[in-house]
Design a protein around this ligand. Structure first.
Ligand code: NAD
Length: 269
């Protein structure tokens, strides 16, 4: 039996790519597509919107009217929307894959509460390559971290609304944890003017927003006389969408709990 998937934010950059990824996954079926209630696209066919031809799933504007029609919601929207969706899914027992980034602590708390009642897979990046990089970063931090200056560079398209990216923050968290540091205590999110010399323990972030860059991340470990750089470059949103659909299918035999893409890929040590 295939997993019934709902995609919310269906008209967004990720939403349209997710509709295509679900269409390409034999074990999954798109049964619901959701957009903002005030969207002019309500009623439009989701397959046509994604450029795939009609699939018979019309966009709806209220998740509460379709809770019986799907098993897993894939949500790449905005924090305020994801928070409300998490509350609705927790109440109805629908599972969730959450790719939205830029949560405030209170919004993230609502998602964590929801995972006590249903199964939630949440990740700042659903691509296999980035999740492999998280493992490589852990090793690099353990071997090089104490003797290196660590800097994280990320670049995204001009429409991205949060910075640094959720992926860059996750990379910082992986490195900080491997070194026994608290990211909030050591992160430097921007430099300007008379900054003074670099503090050894800090982890610096640099952000670029330009054009149509899908997502570049580099973590630099710069020691005396040598430098290691771990880089991931996304060239298509399909890498995130395929990972999210894989996560949705993986949730099938989970009743409740908070998971991430490392769980899905079996990368947790
Ligand atoms: P986008 O602006 O193109 O799409 C967001 C869509 O959500 C829009 O169509 C918008 O109308 C819709 N939306 C907003 N509120 C809604 C609501 N209440 N109900 C239904 N739909 C609603 O943005 P995007 O580039 O597709 O990115 C969306 C989110 O996914 C961002 O937070 C981004 O950072 C994140 N993202 C995560 C990953 C990952 O792998 N985790 C990858 C790419 C993007």
């Amino acid at each position: 039996m295939s997993i019934r998937i709902a995609v919310t934010g269906a008209a967004g950059r990720m939403g349209k790519t997710l509709i295509e990824a679900v269409a390409n996954a034999p074990e999954a079926e798109l049964t619901v597509a959701i957009e903002r209630p005030d969207s002019s696209l309500i009623g439009v066919d989701a397959g046509e919107l994604a450029g795939l031809g009609k699939n018979g799933v019309a966009l709806v504007g209220d998740i509460n009217t379709v809770l019986d029609d799907f098993d897993v919601l894939i949500d790449f929207t905005a924090p305020a929307a994801t928070k409300l969706n998490a509350q609705a899914c927790a109440k109805a027992g629908n599972k969730m894959v959450i790719g939205t980034t830029g949560f405030a602590a209170e919004q993230k708390g609502i998602v964590i509460d929801a995972s006590e009642q249903t199964a939630v897979c949440m990740a700042s990046n659903f691509s296999t390559g980035v999740n492999l990089c998280f493992k490589l970063l852990e090793l690099a931090a353990q071997v090089l971290g104490e003797d290196s200056d660590i800097e994280i560079y990320e670049a995204h398209h001009r429409h991205k609304v949060d910075a640094p990216s959720g992926t860059a923050l996750s990379m910082g968290e992986v490195v900080a944890k491997a070194l026994g540091r608290d990211l909030e205590g050591v992160a430097v999110y921007g430099r300007e003017g008379q900054t003074g010399v670099r503090d050894d323990k800090t982890i610096g972030f640099a952000t670029v927003r330009a054009g149509d860059i899908v997502g570049d991340h580099t973590v630099i470990f710069a020691a005396q006389g040598e430098r290691v750089e771990i880089t991931h470059k996304a060239s298509s949103r399909m890498s995130f969408a395929r990972g999210a659909v894989r996560a949705a299918c993986w949730l099938a035999n989970k009743d409740r709990g908070l998971f991430d893409m490392q769980d899905v890929l079996g990368l947790k040590s």
